[in-house]
Design a protein around this ligand. Structure first.
Ligand code: ADP
Ligand code: ADP
Length: 232
């Protein structure tokens, strides 16, 4: 489902990721681990088609099929990036943000209007992340933790085939982290893929099968979690 070969990112002399190859099958659940600056975010941005790698003759990125247009792609894959700076208008409400998850990247599909069914499902999703009381609050006026919960709800509302999450529990308090973990558990009980970069690996470990370890932009270990993670 996801297949990248010899991917290098950023043109600068120091590369964020260098010649990274990775194949992730349908339904696989993978944690991307490594110290700060090892290239986790960059790798996830490549998979999310947020950035384009250095173009070399023997490199490629294949996610689903090549023909998938970008907004369609973004509604098949739920993406929670670390960046909370979303370019929503000042009038975009929390509920609008979750509803936009049905249409991939907002802006590219202004001709698509949400139906009442979309809104109803978005309201249910909003409830699952404990944000119902803030449904009509403007996105830009929410706290960091509230924004993150909303972006997680947006990523999950359309039941994507794969979820890509970059430090999803950053900025969440204990209660919100627990809610997130429960959501991810439910999501993983279906035949869905998950690719998650996290420093809180102990919490998510029961849900994942495979660990990819990055160091200085290169994959230094890749295999079943039991083989990679040692100790408590
Ligand atoms: P991690 O997520 O593991 O902390 P990142 O992927 O964020 O690592 O960063 C890896 C390296 O890439 C860092 O040295 C960072 O400074 C660099 N980097 C991040 N974004 C860019 C960019 N837009 N252009 C060039 N280098 C970048
Ligand atoms: P984090 O540690 O939270 O992942 P980073 O410091 O890696 O944050 O990146 C913060 C932002 O700055 C990102 O949007 C990244 O693309 C950009 N950035 C980071 N390092 C560089 C760099 N060396 N050159 C250009 N942009 C960078």
């Amino acid at each position: 489902m996801i297949d990248i070969r010899r991917i290098t990112a950023y043109q600068q002399a120091t590369k964020a990721i260098q010649e990274v190859s990775l194949t992730i099958e349908d339904g696989e659940r993978v944690a991307i681990l490594g110290p700060n600056g090892s290239g986790k975010s960059t790798l996830l941005k490549v998979l999310s088609r947020d950035i384009y790698p250095v173009d070399t003759p023997d490199s490629y990125v294949r996610v689903f099929d090549e023909e998938t247009v970008i907004w369609e792609f973004k509604s098949k894959i739920g993406i929670v990036s670390q960046d909370l700076q979303e370019d929503y208008t000042p009038y975009t409400t929390a509920l609008d943000v979750v509803t936009s998850g049905f249409f991939g990247a907002i802006g590219a599909h202004d001709h698509l209007q949400p139906t009442s069914k979309h809104r109803q499902l978005a309201e249910e999703m909003l409830d699952r992340v404990g944000m119902t009381p803030l449904a009509q609050r403007m996105f830009q006026r929410l706290s960091t933790g509230q924004k993150r919960r909303l972006l997680i709800a947006r990523a999950m509302v359309n039941h994507p085939k794969a979820l890509i999450l970059d430090e999803p529990s950053a900025g969440l308090d204990i209660g919100a982290s627990t809610t997130l973990l429960n959501l991810l558990r439910q999501y993983c009980s279906g035949n869905h893929s998950m690719i998650i970069a996290t420093h809180h690996i102990d919490e998510i470990i029961p849900e994942i099968e495979r660990v990819v370890l990055l160091k200085e932009g290169r994959v230094v270990a890749d295999g079943p979690k039991g083989a990679i993670l040692t100790g408590p």
